[in-house]
Design a protein around this ligand. Structure first.
Ligand code: IPM
Ligand code: MG
Length: 356
C-alpha cells in the first residue's frame, strides 16, 4: 500500500518525537512491503521564522495532497507571548488544520508494567485502564461566535459562545456508540445538562440514539462528576464521548492515569473525502526539555499506529506497533524521564524497533 503522508514536526520536542515515530513507521513499512512517501513541511515557529506565518500556503498544499497529516507540536510560550492571540501557532496552525475534523479520539491505556507510575492506589487500578475519549473537536467554545473582548479598558467584556447543532451532536455521538460496539460496549456521555442548553440538547440526543444501540450500556454523567469518577473508578470507563472543552480537560486528567501525558496518542477524523485526517500526540511542545533527547516518543509512535488503523486500514501493522511499544513500556528497562527512567527519546524508539 502507498502511505502518502504530510509530516509536520513543528516546535519544541515535536521534531524529536516525530523523528522517532517516523523511524518506527519506516521499519514497519519495509517489513510489510508498504511504500512510504512522507513529505515534510514547516509549521509553528519553525514556519514563522522562515515564511512569516505559522501555517504557510506551501504547508497547506502539502497537507491537501496527503492522505494523512502526522503532526508533532506547535507553540513556544516565551515567543507566543510576543504575538497577538490570533497570530499564535496554536490558533493559526493547530486549530486551522483541525477544521472539519470533528472527532478527536484520545486513547488512554495504562501499561500493566507501569502500574506504579499511576498516581492512584493499586486496588483502584488492578482491573486495568483502557479508555477511549472521544472529544468533539470543531464546535463549542473554540469556534463559537461571537467571541472576543470589547469595550473600553476597565469595563471590557469578554464573550465565548458555546453552540451545538443537533447534527453536530448526533455525528459525534454516533462515533461514540460505534466505537463502544467495537470495544467493551460501555459508553459514558459527559455533559452539564443540569445547567447548559447545549448539554440539554446533547443529553436528549444521546438518550434518543441509545435506543438504536441496545448492545451498548450508556451512562450519562455531568462533567464535574466525570472528573471525579475518573479518579474513583477509572477501570469502569470504556468509551467517553463529550463536547470540545470538556474533552480537552478530561483527556489531560485521564492521561495522568497512565503515568504520563507522553504516552497518549490521538486521531482527529472527519468525513471520508473531507478534511485530511490529522494525527498528533496529545502532549505539547515541552520547550524545557526540547533538543536534549529526553522526550517520550511513545505518544507519537502510538499516534502512527492510529494513523495506519484509521486512515490506511492497516490493522495488523497498527497492532504490531502497539504491541512493540507496550512491550517496551511493560519491560520497564527503556523508559524516558517522565516515567522515571533514564533512556533518551532515540533509545526508546530503537527499543520499539527491536521489539517489532
Ligand atoms: C489540546 C490542546 C489544544 C486544545 C490547544 C493547544 C489549542 O490543549 O490539543 O488538547 O485545546 O485543543
Ligand atoms: Mg489540551
Amino acid at each position: 500500500m502507498k502511505i502518502d503522508i504530510a509530516v509536520l514536526p513543528g516546535d519544541g520536542i515535536g521534531a524529536e518525537v516525530v523523528a522517532a515515530a517516523m523511524a518506527v513507521l519506516e521499519k514497519v513499512a519495509s517489513m510489510s512491503g508498504h511504500q512510504l512517501n512522507p513529505v515534510y513541511a514547516d509549521v509553528g515557529w519553525a514556519a514563522i521564522d522562515k515564511h512569516g506565518t505559522a501555517l504557510p500556503e506551501a504547508t497547506r498544499e502539502i497537507c491537501r495532497k496527503s492522505r494523512a497529516i502526522l503532526f508533532g507540536a506547535v507553540g513556544l510560550p516565551d515567543r507566543d507571548k510576543t504575538l497577538p492571540q490570533a497570530q499564535r501557532p496554536e490558533r493559526v496552525a493547530l486549530l486551522e488544520l483541525r477544521k472539519g475534523l470533528f472527532a478527536n479520539l484520545r486513547h488512554v491505556v495504562l501499561p500493566p508494567g507501569l502500574a506504579n507510575r499511576c498516581p492512584l492506589k493499586t486496588e483502584l487500578i488492578s482491573a486495568g485502564i483502557d479508555i477511549m475519549i472521544i472529544r468533539e473537536l470543531t464546535g463549542g467554545l473554540y469556534y463559537g461566535k461571537p467571541q472576543g473582548i470589547s469595550g473600553p479598558p476597565g469595563t471590557r467584556v469578554a464573550v465565548d459562545t458555546m453552540a451545538y447543532s443537533e447534527a453536530e451532536i448526533e455525528r459525534i455521538l454516533k462515533i461514540g456508540f460505534e466505537t463502544a460496539l467495537k470495544r467493551r460496549r460501555r459508553l459514558t456521555s459527559v455533559d452539564k445538562a443540569n445547567i447548559l442548553a447545549t448539554s440539554q440538547l446533547w443529553r436528549e440526543t444521546a438518550i434518543r440514539m441509545a435506543k438504536d444501540y441496545p448492545d451498548v450500556t450508556v451512562e450519562h454523567m455531568y462533567v464535574d462528576n466525570a472528573s471525579m469518577q475518573l479518579l474513583r473508578r477509572p477501570t469502569e470507563f470504556d468509551v467517553i464521548v463529550t463536547e470540545n472543552t470538556f474533552g480537552d480537560i478530561l483527556s489531560d486528567e485521564a492521561s495522568m492515569l497512565c503515568g504520563s501525558i507522553g504516552l497518549v496518542p490521538s486521531a482527529c477524523l472527519g468525513i471520508p473525502g473531507g478534511a485530511v485526517p490529522f494525527y498528533e500526540p496529545i502532549h505539547g511542545s515541552a520547550p524545557d526539555i526540547a533538543g536534549q533527547n529526553k522526550a517520550n516518543p511513545i505518544g507519537t509512535i502510538l499516534t502512527v499506529a492510529m494513523m495506519l488503523r484509521y486512515t490506511f486500514g492497516l490493522e495488523p501493522d497498527a497492532k504490531m506497533i502497539e504491541k512493540a511499544a507496550f512491550e517496551v513500556l511493560n519491560g520497564g528497562k527503556t523508559l524516558t524521564g517522565d516515567l522515571g527512567g533514564t533512556a533518551g527519546c532515540t533509545q526508546v524508539a530503537d527499543a520499539v524497533m527491536a521489539a517489532l
